[in-house]
Design a protein. Structure first.
Length: 271
């Protein structure tokens, strides 16, 4: 292990790793020396992601998995162990979100989002932790949460509930598994510049209003989220557990009217 490659020789699973934040995390982990299992539902996108990772020198392997399906999670873990021989890091990133007013939210939509965004993390964490305990190897579990866990998310109550649930899950798992050297933390991104976050000309005002709440004046990049994931996966951080690492450009630190006032100050000093 070197300072430049702190994850050298470790095996990391990243769910939802074929695009966006998940791919950024997989690339960063690979650059830090990890071998990476790419878990996601879409075979072609998984293969394409692994080809890109391999071109960058990462030992990557695609594994088809719907994280909301217990049998598929167990099968993907078995395939990961058969290919790589171990698992040291589980990054539970896969998630979905739909928009609906609370009074119009259907039980099907509620169950679908909770099933992927919360139950899916439980299933992935459990599968990885069981193997880490069997191997007596320790390890790192990381759930990708959201600012929706910390702030109101109108029209996405089911998504906010799932992401807030992750923080409770992380704290409880961290306390329970600390004696066997398994660390459990959350990575909590703010707005991140990916394919899933885009604005067209008709929504320029929404884009500007969103940016006005971010003191840094911009969204994070998937590479920055990848760097944060590497920090949480680093085996040298042996007592860092039960935490939520917020990467949001200061959004949570400067909420509401303070954010708007700060935005105006940047545009017109003296305001």
């Amino acid at each position: 292990m070197s300072a430049d490659r702190p994850l050298d020789g470790l095996v990391a699973v990243v769910t939802g790793a074929n695009s966006g934040i998940g791919f950024g995390i997989a690339a960063a982990l690979g650059d830090a020396g990890a071998r990476v299992a790419v878990w996601s539902r879409r075979d072609k996108r998984n293969q394409s992601a692994c080809e890109r990772l391999r071109a960058a020198g990462v030992d990557a392997e695609p594994m088809r998995c719907d994280v909301a399906d217990e049998a598929q999670v167990e099968e993907a873990m078995a395939a990961t162990l058969a290919h790589f021989g171990r698992v040291d890091v589980m990054i539970a990133n896969a998630g979905i979100g739909t928009s609906a007013r609370f009074i119009d939210l259907s039980l099907d939509d509620w169950n679908r989002v909770i099933g992927t965004d919360l139950t899916g993390v439980f299933l992935c964490f459990r599968a990885a932790a069981r193997e880490m305990c069997r191997a007596n190897s320790g390890g790192a579990l990381v759930a990708v949460a959201s600012l929706a866990a910390l702030q109101a998310q109108p029209d996405m109550a089911h998504y906010a509930a799932a992401k807030a649930g992750l923080l409770g899950l992380v704290r409880s798992v961290a306390a329970e598994l600390a004696p066997v050297r398994i660390r459990c933390n959350a990575l909590t991104p703010g707005f991140t510049d990916t394919d899933g976050l885009s604005f067209d000309a008709a929504s320029d005002q929404l884009r500007l209003e969103t940016l006005s709440a971010i003191p840094a004046g911009r969204w994070a990049t998937s590479a920055e989220l990848g760097a944060a994931a590497c920090f949480l996966a680093d085996p040298r951080l042996t007592v860092h557990t039960g935490d939520s690492l917020v990467v949001d450009g200061g959004n949570v630190a400067l909420p509401g009217y303070l954010a708007v006032r700060e935005s105006l100050r940047r545009q017109a000093p003296g305001v």
